[in-house]
Write a protein that binds this ligand. Sequence first.
Ligand code: G6Q
Length: 532
Amino acid sequence: MQFHDFSTYRAFSRLTGLAKNSHDLTAVNGLSPQRMSTFKSSMLGFDFLYGTQRVNADVLTALQELADEAGLVETFIAMKKGAVLNRIEGYESENRQVLHTASRDVFGERPCAPEASARAKAELAKLRVFLDSLEDGRIVNGQGEAFTTMVQVGIGGSDLGPRALCLALQAYRRPGRSVRFIANVDPDDAAEVLRDLDLSTTLFNIVSKSGTTLETRTNEQLIRAALQQAGLDPALHLVAVTGEGGPMDDPSRYLTSLYMYDYIGGRYSATSMVGAVALGFALGYDAVIELLQGAQAMDQAAEEADIRANIPLLMALLGIWNHNFLGHATVAILPYSQALSRFPAHLQQCDMESNGKSVTRAGHLVQWQTGPIVWGEPGTNGQHAFYQLLHQGTEIVPAEFIGFRSSQYGADVEVEGTGSQQKLIANMLAQSLALALGRKDPNPARTFAGNRPSSILIADRLTPRTMGELLAMYEHRIAFQGFCWNINSFDQEGVQLGKVLAGRLLHRMRGDSETADVDPIEETLLREAGLL
Ligand code: G6Q
């Protein structure tokens, strides 16, 4: 596979030219009914409406050319087959395959990466036995009672995706089962979760791919101590999800151990055992399978080369248009679904840790913008908070709305002739129109400039299957962008330096490095902060 620099593509020059006179949504017919119907793509359970993006037919043609020239779909297919894409040419790097898609390529006869899929199947089989044993009483606590709560302990990729999924799908929770999370090394995080728990009926799912993460190791110790203090045997209450053969792979210390593999990056691991255990505990094994089926269907559908028929690819390219050619620095993910309240946080990690890079896959400094700042909160709550800036601020923020035609619980109330779900979704559509069209007013403070880009992703209902589709859709959007920018979206070197410095400060705080190599700046910082 040959990778080229983003700025060398013919389509790059074409798009640079087109951006000088880009589509104005506030012009006469800038947002026509015909445009609204034409600029729509459908894929699996989702419709994607992008008439409110600042694109026209020429821009879409150039974006298609960009996708073709950069070989985005070819690279995606190679990724699924196990190409070693997590590397920087000529430098030390993780040098790994990128096979999160294998964690759900477990249904067909001919998986793309057979070995990785066989491992995923084996772990799913172990999970099923574990969940069945909790169900039929083969696994119970010391008093013979069933476990009712699971606390997942992990951070970063071992927290955000699983937490977002569990919250998104808690409407389908089995009666009497609940899941909580502890991530931060802040002792108050654990204290708050533990204070109301009946430890005797609680399982702790310790999730760490490396088995070495400071926060998770510390919280595991805290939990072991709490269990011992309550007279409970930690080995009967702790489950491990970790790398096989790693420092946490010690079956004698855990009720059961499940594995994940180094070719699945933390932020892409929600469909591996990292997310499946808590989800399976809360919802049951069948729901895990439905989620995986949804993700796998999206993995397959995302091989489509026509950008109008491939939503993740189209989203990636529209994002590039907004970021690189129209110059918008951030993107807001705005789900009109309370269940998706942590999904923007998950995407923030997935996107910013993947595409927040400054060197190409050849180790050269990039000469173009890479990943945008990603943020977001659920609507309508956001409307009463930061939407003021979206409508009238000086920073233009492309918005990605996500919504569902029906609610999860189906419980609704009619007030003034409409239900709450209708109100919710009407608000989402209204925001998209308001951003695009704006409003003229003699009062400048009441003027809305409009011409602010957004798109709408809508499905019937948020179910395990649609959640799987949505998760994979965004994973692929992020990967397609990284391929286009010619960066390695699968390493995270940028998180290392802070960890090293924190380690040095902790040494000093422990008082065990009163030696010559104490850095005067670190020393002063600790003193000035009142910590020495
Ligand atoms: C994600 C990152 C990072 C990782 C955490 C937890 O892609 O690699 O967020 O998930 O640092 O790592 P462990 O699972 O190894 O504890």
